[in-house]
Ligand binder design. Sequence first.
Ligand code: SAH
Length: 215
Amino acid sequence: MKLKVDDIFFGFDGTSGEYELQIVKQGKKHIEAKVTQKRRDFESSPDVWLLFAPVKKDQTDFIIQKAVELGVSELIPTITRYTNSDRTKTERFVAQSIEAAEQCRRLDIPKVASAKPLSEILSNWDRGRHLYYMDESRTGTPVREAFSQAVAPIAILVGPEGGFSEEELKLLRQLDFTTGVTLGPRILRAETAVVSALSCWQALSGDWVNYKEQS
Ligand code: SAH
């Protein structure tokens, strides 16, 4: 940062809100700043998890950035049959999610879980959280119908470039805490499916519903 002593910046602590701060002392690695005023009360993002299969580097970066902007509370890299698991770098995902949170002025930073196989995630699932998996096979519930009553806590799962395997789809279909969702007649890229699913959910049951700035 190019800031110097007496300059003002905004900061948040992830629990009580956003503050205006002024730099009092500047060292090589640390700065000292004082709070000059509170700007906003804390508001948490909705309790929606994104389970995504890491894809190529740039597309994975895009998925993380957009998911943070679209308000997810937790990012869970999910290894599926057709996922290239070499691409799961949790530290990089954490750094990117912090940067995206700052950029979009969220007041909380989403958690980033370490990558896990889909089967393991499903066998340890907490049934209080419904899981919506994006199903490109055209057999899912239309997105508006699926998300109209999808009250948080929920999770959204998007498959990799290669899609889900037949066995994965069979397993997902037979579980009692899952719903397959279709995002229309075209096959979307994984990153497009992430942005579409999260936007639809936010508009139908998330924090875009009735959002209006309080004066
Ligand atoms: N390789 C697959 C497509 C995978 S698309 C094929 O050609 O058939 C990557 C992921 O995006 C899918 O696993 C699914 O989760 C999601 N997706 C893409 N298009 C979708 C659609 N129309 N409806 C629901 N999910 C979709």
